[in-house]
Design a protein around this ligand. Structure first.
Ligand SMILES: O=P(O)(O)OC[C@@]1(O)O[C@H](CO)[C@@H](O)[C@@H]1O
Ligand SMILES: [Mn+2]
Length: 454
């Protein structure tokens, strides 16, 4: 496929301008549905706002709804993208980004919902939801997606019980286990965390999407759906890091995706890494505002740990107690850099968020969870499926990194020749249906020479 835009070797961005594409369907149908649900949620909480803030709360509810209805109208009628006006810490960055998008176009044309890159407009919608709330102070902290996230957590109770019980069983005998067995357990939990990514709420436009059965039992059957499986390289990276230097202090970073069942699978994997001695420190990275319906904020993270602790199930509350202690002791930490809720491709990180990039360079392994992170890793472009992952990263190489992602958007690189075509012939929606997955790894070549990581 000759998908090349004006910049040599970089294909075009996915966009709703390609009528009939998944991006088009998302902007046309899914995003307005999400906005309608947001408006409905705010309306349903009117009494709560009244109880908390009196008449001022009700007025804020009305103004927020009117801003959101205007936003939905702008989207549906393909109006120009507007500057943000809420004076938040990232407002200027968003407006500069809009400026850049404008420079890429003719003077006659303005960036708009159906003409601009999908990644940009989709991120922008969530940021505009935040602006609508932020401009109305009594309701500015209201998380419009909290109800959906809480519901999805409770609907996954059975699976959460199963995975926490499994972790307890594993950790009972973890000391002194030969590496080969440790590796087996690690690979299983990595896959559980991978498939946990099927449970996001933005692909289902907020409809119920929870894990109902034991996640361990289905792993064997699901293997066939992993299109790229670099998990043995992830394992080698951890082993090599643990062998380098005298007292290796191996750090693993999780760039989190969804709250609910997926987050629990991430916490289980992180617990295993620490308790088996494969890592000494875990840094979790989450969102600073509600994002793509189900993404994890600091509040969701803390809520999840508290909730597990309070669960009336021996091994779930046992996990909660351990996780709370890891946080208290600083073995685990949570970070929410603004960059994660900008529309930028990750290859922009070194220039636009150098502090975050430097921070990630200290990691021994970065796990990028989910589809949106994959889109940002690969710049959400129409790459040929055979393009190597490294090429699609376009220089984003802070440390060894691995994407754990179920496919929910039509970008996929690093496949053998012909594989993409075969899949398209067999299952036309293989890139968007969430049935397939990748464990895709990249290690910068100078990794062994990086003194900070020793
Ligand atoms: O990052 P996640 O949670 O795995 O998925 C987010 C997501 O559902 O949002 C977009 C749909 O609007 C898709 O690109 C993507 O599948
Ligand atoms: Mn998500």
């Amino acid at each position: 496929m000759a998908a090349h835009a004006s910049v040599i070797d970089v294909p075009w961005s996915l966009s709703a301008k390609f009528v009939g594409s998944f991006a088009y369907m998302t902007v046309k149908d899914r995003l307005p549905t999400i906005l309608t649900k947001v408006i409905d949620t705010i309306h349903r909480n009117k009494n709560k706002f009244f109880e908390e803030h009196g008449e001022e709360g009700v007025q804020a509810e009305k103004r927020t709804i009117s801003l959101l209805s205007k936003l939905r109208n702008e989207l549906q009628t393909d109006k120009p993208i507007l500057e943000l006006e809420d004076g938040m810490a990232d407002t200027d960055l968003w407006n500069q980004y809009l400026q850049k998008q404008q420079e890429l176009l003719d003077k006659q044309e303005a960036p708009s919902w159906f003409k601009s890159p999908w990644l940009y407009v989709e991120c922008y919608m969530y940021r505009r939801i935040q602006e609508s709330l932020h401009l109305n102070p009594p309701v500015s902290d209201f998380d419009v997606f909290k109800e959906a996230k809480t519901q999805s957590y409770f609907e996954s109770q059975q699976a959460i019980k199963a995975i926490c019980t499994h972790l307890h069983g594993l950790l009972e005998g973890v000391e002194g286990l030969p590496d080969s067995q440790l590796q087996g357990h690690f690979l299983q939990l990595l896959q559980v965390s991978l498939w946990g990514n099927r449970c996001d709420l933005s692909i289902s436009a907020g409809k119920e999407n929870a894990q109902k059965c034991s996640p361990i039992d289905s792993l064997e059957e699901l293997k066939h759906f992993i299109l790229v499986d670099d998990s043995s390289m992830v394992w080698s990276t951890l082993m090599n890091s643990n062998m380098s230097g005298e007292k290796p202090q191996v750090r693993v970073d999780f760039i989190l995706d969804n709250a609910g069942f997926e987050l629990v699978t991430d916490l289980v994997l992180a617990d295993f890494l620490v308790s088996s001695g494969l890592a000494r420190e875990i840094c979790f990275h989450g969102k600073s505002i509600p994002w793509f319906v189900s993404d994890t904020t600091r509040k969701d993270f803390d809520w999840t740990i508290k909730q597990t602790l309070a669960t009336n199930h021996r091994w779930v509350s046992w996990c909660g107690a351990r996780w709370q202690k890891y946080m208290k002791d600083g073995v685990w930490s949570f970070h929410s850099h603004l960059f994660w809720t900008l529309p930028h491709e990750f290859c922009d990180m070194a220039a636009d968020a150098p502090d975050l990039h430097n921070f990630l360079q200290q990691s021994h392994l970065i796990l990028f969870k989910g589809d949106l992170n994959y889109r940002k890793l690969t710049s959400d472009r129409a790459w040929d499926h055979t393009v190597p992952f490294q090429k699609a990263l376009r220089g984003f190489e802070p440390a060894p990194l691995c994407s754990l992602r179920t496919l929910k958007a039509n970008v996929q690189v690093g496949l053998p020749p012909g594989r993409g075509e075969d899949l398209t012939a067999q299952e036309p929606d293989w890139m968007t249906g969430g049935r397939f997955a990748v464990v895709q790894f990249f290690c910068p070549s100078n990794e062994q020479q990086n003194p900070r990581r020793k």
